[in-house]
Design a protein around this ligand. Structure first.
Ligand SMILES: *Cc1c(COP(=O)(O)O)cnc(C)c1O
Length: 424
């Protein structure tokens, strides 16, 4: 393989048609942010939007802002915007609640569509909330329900006519493996089951086409690639053909047909609104809109091409500069089987990542041994990847990562695999 130089990377940056998107984000000098798949970087507009929502809409508009500033309609308005990024139609998505809560609602609705079946299929190594929420819901329902766990290679073989719902994450949070949504959804339907897809690590980084694949339900968060801000509300998709066929269990007043009639008994609003439950955090919802604005001029296919190119660059540079330091690529080698992050296993992954973060290269660690580098193509440069690998090389060559004293305080994030412990 030809040696890749920093100059090569700089000329790729110069030719990059998405390069100007970076200007929409606030990223501190000296930081190479490789964790946009966990918490997206802050769009510059976020501050002025927060200011406007708090100072003007809340401070001055007070309660009138529910109508005047469109607060009440925000879950729908934002849902329609998300729909455009995931191959859904307007009126099929709302932004509300968390991914975990939306999974509960989607799965409960899916199971109502298959009352005679009692098996839910999950990927065993999925991000735990998906397993935990399923376990929690099934414990509420009845003891006949069981979970069938499969690993990625065995999923299609595990789908049969006992399965009510197949609930999978399109891109695996650790390995970055991209599942074939079209093929698995097709298999799911041929077995008579309902498909639910979690798009947390795919939406905003690659093409997702829910309706082309015939997906029934989908969920995902807005704080990763969609740049909605810490803990920002998630979204839920329900295909139009299921609207008014099922009732999700968290039947709060926001999904009532006439929320302001204050009737005693629940009646669902028609359409996707039935997936709402209660009052939403409006300041955070307003910031979701800012995050989605960063995709406004962006062609998702071009974004995917850049994501693949950056990911491949990282893998090639790791081979070129860090071949003998004990990093094993655990992400798929072939770009078309990879989402937008690249992970390596290393027995000292934890202190190495701590040292990298201290040097301004912010990736993350997932227990027991995975260092993970998120590639957010909206704001990463080719030269950032080069610099990151160079810093890692330097650290490994000199052994300086071993100086890292790990303290007991930081790094709780929604996916962090482990609490820090003292390692030296
Ligand atoms: C990030 C992530 C979630 C997040 O769930 P929350 O309810 O926002 O904590 C769920 N599922 C997967 C696969 C994720 O990667």
């Amino acid at each position: 393989m030809k040696m890749i130089t920093r100059q090569d990377c700089q000329s790729l940056d110069q030719q990059d048609q998405l390069a100007t998107s970076r200007d929409e984000f606030s990223i501190a000098d000296g930081v190479i942010y490789l964790d946009g798949n966990s918490l997206g970087a802050m769009p510059r507009q976020a501050l002025s939007q927060a200011y406007q929502t708090v100072e003007q809409q809340w401070g001055l508009g007070l309660i009138q802002s529910w109508n005047d500033a469109g607060w009440f309609d925000l879950p729908y308005k934002l849902g329609d915007r998300v729909a455009g990024l995931i191959g859904a139609a307007p009126g099929e998505v709302v932004v509300t609640d968390s991914t975990s809560i939306n999974l509960y609602k989607a799965l409960a609705a899916a199971l109502q569509l298959r009352p005679d079946r009692k098996v839910v299929l999950l990927e065993s190594s999925n991000f735990p909330t998906n397993n935990y929420i399923t376990q929690g819901l099934l414990a509420q329902l009845n003891p006949d329900y069981t979970i069938r766990y499969a690993e990625a290679d065995d999923i299609e073989a595990a789908i049969n006519d006992e399965v009510a719902a197949v609930c999978l994450t399109q891109v695996h949070y650790k390995t970055g493996r991209l599942l074939d949504m079209a093929s698995i959804t097709d298999k799911t339907h041929r077995a008579g089951a309902i498909s639910i897809w979690d798009l947390c690590h795919s939406a905003g980084a690659l093409e997702v086409d829910l309706n082309a694949c015939g997906v029934d339900f989908a969920i995902g968060c807005t704080y990763k690639y969609l740049n909605g801000g810490p803990g920002s509300p998630a979204y839920i998709f329900m295909a139009t053909r299921h609207h008014n066929q099922v009732q999700q269990p968290l039947t709060g007043w926001w999904s009532h047909a006439e929320p302001f009639a204050f009737e005693r008994d629940y009646r669902p609003t028609p359409g996707i609104g039935q997936m709402l439950s209660g009052t939403q955090p409006i300041v955070s919802l307003a910031l979701v809109n800012v995050g989605l604005e960063t995709f406004k001029q962006v062609d998702i296919c071009a974004l995917r091409r850049k994501s693949i190119a950056l990911g491949q660059l990282l893998i090639d540079l790791m081979e070129q500069r860090c071949p003998s330091y004990g990093f094993d690529l655990i992400s798929p080698e072939h770009a078309e089987q990879r989402g937008s992050h690249v992970s390596f296993a290393h027995e000292h992954g934890y202190p190495i990542m701590k040292a990298l973060i201290n040097a301004g290269v912010i990736g993350d660690f997932r227990a027991p041994d995975t260092v993970r580098f998120g590639i957010a193509p909206l704001y990463l440069r080719y030269s950032d990847i080069w610099d990151a690998v160079e810093i890692l090389h330097e650290m490994m060559a000199t052994g300086s990562w071993q100086n890292e004293i790990v303290t007991n305080s930081d790094d709780a994030d929604p996916e962090s695999g482990r609490r820090p412990t003292r390692v030296t």
